[in-house]
Design a protein around this ligand. Structure first.
Ligand SMILES: Cc1cc2nc3c(=O)[nH]c(=O)nc-3n(C[C@H](O)[C@H](O)[C@H](O)COP(=O)(O)OP(=O)(O)OC[C@H]3O[C@@H](n4cnc5c(N)ncnc54)[C@H](O)[C@@H]3O)c2cc1C
Length: 448
């Protein structure tokens, strides 16, 4: 059955990107029907907080991204717990798992990412989990509660998700081993030195880390449960639980045979428009402009999804808006060690200048080329990383004062007056709350 009353704005995905778009559509003063579809049964919640749900039982009410009455107040129709199974781009309809079909005039694909699951023996056993959704955290918590004794867990993959899961499991009293295929953990978001600091802090918390190897097979206990993980060198790690955290990929199932332009994710322009008219994309599913590299890339972090969603929403509502661009940006505090990284963390060749300082567990590194900051890694003392991030984002020429960037006493006062006056002290965490004005004169640049 096709619902006759046309949904004007249809959004697939109820997370950072979808909410950013819905808010922007309403802020632009548009009154049409907005419908959000999500196959998760919850109002939008902060995905990074699923580790706190697992670690200490943080309830959903304290994970919500917006107040419980958000949808009602903004007159947004919701279809939570329903999966969009097919999009017809010619007829402009979306078919749901329930058999119902919704019509749209403007469509936003904010479907995020899905965990990569290797096809190894034993992957379907009880006790094997992924860790990207609240339901994953709930299922792991149930398993831990039921098991009773101290669980031994192997986390396959030492990236952000694997280490988040590890910290939560350790807090729950589990004995954890991380198996990472590359030579160091967190290798895509940290440089060698910061990875080593992170490995030290994890080891201090009792976590075993095996690098340079991967899991070949998950062994069964003979009754559908896990008894261990066999590595590619023949070693066997006995365990009762396995967390698969080898990566997340853009969730492209709805567009795979649509002809839409895809590289690694759905390619969007600076308006977050895809190659199909009236179809937009944002967040982890999209490949949007990265201002450090000057090209479209996947930058799967929450603030970029939200700002991309806002840009898409404004354009869907007829207000010209441009995504200024995002970049990789991470703020970690596993076991009390604060680390911030953004942009490029390891220069590809020696045409880049690396400024660094290290002492007493503090590590600061800034990568500069032609007077522009292209990346940063701060560990131990991250207080000034917000200023550096904003200098990078604003493309400020730092040639005249670059050596000061990594010093202990660096601060706004170290900058030439005309620069510090321009509101540079915004920490990365606040980038999410920067919003475009409701009434747009001509064009809005999101991320200013
Ligand atoms: C454990 C963990 C820790 C993280 N920590 C951080 C952090 O510290 N900082 C940070 O910036 N980022 C972090 N991230 C990444 C961040 O959560 C993502 O970048 C962000 O959630 C992306 O938002 P999104 O709107 O693109 O999509 P998602 O948050 O992935 O949401 C997409 C939604 O769409 C739904 N959906 C997809 N397809 C369909 C369909 N066909 N039908 C119905 N519904 C569908 C999905 O179920 C999902 O609910 C973390 C992620 C994880 C998993």
């Amino acid at each position: 059955m096709v619902e006759t009353k046309k949904t004007k704005y249809l959004i697939i995905g109820n997370s950072a990107g979808g909410i950013g778009a819905a808010e922007a559509i309403r802020e632009a003063g548009k009154a049409g029907i907005v419908t959000i579809i999500s196959d998760e049964p919850y109002p939008a919640y902060s995905r990074p907080l699923i580790s706190e749900h697992l670690a200490e039982g943080r309830p959903l009410e304290r994970m919500l991204f917006r107040p419980p009455d958000f949808y009602e107040k903004n007159n947004i129709r919701t279809r939570f717990g329903e999966k969009a199974v097919q999009v017809n781009f010619n007829q402009r309809t979306v078919r749901l798992g329930s058999g119902r079909t919704l019509a749209w005039q403007k469509l936003l694909l904010a479907s995020g990412g899905s965990p990569i699951v290797p096809r190894i023996e034993g992957i379907g056993l009880k006790g094997v989990f992924t860790f990207t959704r609240l339901d994953d955290a709930k299922a792991i918590a149930r398993f831990l509660n039921q098991y009773g004794r101290r669980v031994r867990a192997v986390v396959i993959g030492g990236g952000l998700i694997g280490v988040s899961a590890t910290e939560a499991l350790v807090k729950r009293g589990a004995e954890v081993t991380i198996v990472e295929m590359k030579e160091r953990i967190l290798n895509t978001i940290l440089d060698e030195e910061a990875s080593a600091l992170e490995e030290k802090v994890l080891a201090g918390a009792g976590v075993d880390i095996i690098t340079g190897h991967t899991a070949d097979r998950i062994d069964s206990d003979g009754s559908y449960g896990v008894s261990g993980v066999s590595l590619d060198d023949g070693r066997r790690m006995p365990c009762e639980m396995v967390i698969v955290a080898i990566g997340v990929q853009p969730r492209l199932e709805l567009v795979s045979d649509s002809g839409i332009k895809i590289n690694r994710g759905i390619v969007v322009d600076r308006r977050m428009a895809t190659s199909i008219p009236d179809v937009y994309a944002c967040g982890d599913v999209a490949e949007a402009y990265d201002f450090v590299y000057g090209e479209n890339r996947l930058t799967p972090v929450w603030p970029n999804a939200y700002l991309g969603g806002r840009t898409a929403g404004l354009n869907m509502a007829g207000t010209k808006a441009e995504y200024r661009g995002g970049t990789a940006m991470n703020s970690l505090s596993y076991f009390g060690l604060n680390i911030v990284s953004a942009g490029m963390v390891t220069p590809p060749d020696d045409s880049y200048e690396v400024l660094s300082q290290r002492h007493n567990g503090i590590y600061r590194k800034v990568i500069v080329k032609d007077g522009q900051i292209l990346g940063l890694v701060f560990a131990g003392d991250i207080e000034k990383s917000g200023i550096i991030y904003n200098l990078m984002k604003d493309r400020v020429n730092v040639e005249g004062f670059k050596k000061a960037l990594v010093t202990d006493d660096f601060g706004l006062a170290s900058l030439p007056e005309e620069i510090w006056q321009a509101r540079l002290a915004i920490p990365p965490s606040e980038v999410t709350s920067i919003v475009a004005p409701v009434e747009q004169p001509e064009k809005v640049v999101i991320g200013e």
